[in-house]
Ligand binder design. Structure first.
Ligand SMILES: C[S@@+](CC[C@H](N)C(=O)[O-])C[C@H]1O[C@@H](n2cnc3c(N)ncnc32)[C@H](O)[C@@H]1O
Length: 256
């Protein structure tokens, strides 16, 4: 039997690590690092290395790295491009597990935020088990997800009383009917999708690089702050090549 722990590490603040994550880190014999194809993102690998150094305990463990493929962002068919990228990433994870996780051992993957929210690793591992790795057991250790960090930093609840919360992506909100946007948490927006939603009495709570020394928070009427958010995103991308941002869009309503 081999075990694999998918450990949620929170969205950037080392203090957002749970006690469960620390305990799980101390169980693993080998950690798998899935490095992005774009070198700038290695900063996120450094965060993981620091967490391991601080919490994995004073004992021997191995670290093995695999380079995850880049997605074809120019592809005409988005769904096909994502499926192809996911498949290639699954192969990388499978090769690491087959080569470096020995019978009786426990492996660990440190997952940004929570493993259950916009992260494909769990599905990849389930696919690898279904393919015939019947000796592999996967365990998920939840982490604090970026929407929770956003709400906490802005000191707002994620939902208002009696309302639902929709968690969605920049791609989907960009093509949504603005009149249907009431209480939407947007992640994975590389295209300034919020700009399409000005003029509809929406408020925004926006956060970039939450929980890190580079954190920026902006809140207010979307029409008033959209340009400032855009300029901040452009400046961050120009400075380090990438940025992680999320935002809560709310239809303004009278009263509490
Ligand atoms: C691939 S998803 C991973 C989400 C992660 N599993 C979670 O639970 O938050 C990456 C997206 O999460 C959001 N995100 C992650 N960390 C963030 C942070 N520190 N600040 C702002 N947004 C963050 C961004 O929308 C980013 O595009």
């Amino acid at each position: 039997m081999r075990s694999l722990l998918l450990i949620g590490i929170g969205p950037g603040d080392p203090d957002a690590l749970t006690l469960g994550a620390v305990r799980a880190m101390r169980r693993a014999d080998v950690f798998f690092f899935l490095e992005k194809a774009d070198a700038g993102r290695d900063a996120l690998i450094d965060v993981r290395r620091r967490l391991l150094a601080a919490h994995a305990g004073d004992r021997p463990y191995r670290v093995v790295s695999g380079r995850t493929p880049a997605r074809d962002r120019a592809a005409e068919d988005y769904a096909d491009a994502v499926a192809d990228w996911r498949d290639r990433r699954t192969r990388v994870i499978g090769d690491l597990i087959d080569r470096d996780l020995m019978p009786g051992e426990t492996g660990g993957v440190l997952i940004w935020g929570d493993p259950g929210l916009y992260d494909g690793t769990l599905q990849s591992v389930q696919d690898l088990i279904a393919e015939g790795r019947g000796d592999l057991r996967v365990e998920v250790v939840p982490g604090i997800a970026s929407p929770q960090a956003l709400a906490a930093r802005h000191r707002v609840p994620l939902n208002r009383v009696g309302e639902s919360l929709t968690v969605t992506t920049g791609r989907l909100i960009g093509s949504a009917d603005p009149d249907t946007v009431t209480n939407h948490l947007v992640m994975l927006d590389g295209r300034h999708a919020y700009r399409h939603l000005t003029g509809y009495d929406l408020d925004i709570h926006w956060g970039a690089d939450l929980g890190t020394p580079d954190e920026v928070l902006i809140a207010g009427p979307l029409d008033a702050v959209a340009d400032r958010i855009g300029a901040t995103l452009d400046a961050k991308r120009a400075a380090k090549g990438w940025v992680m941002d999320s935002y809560l869009l709310r239809k303004r309503r009278e009263g509490p």
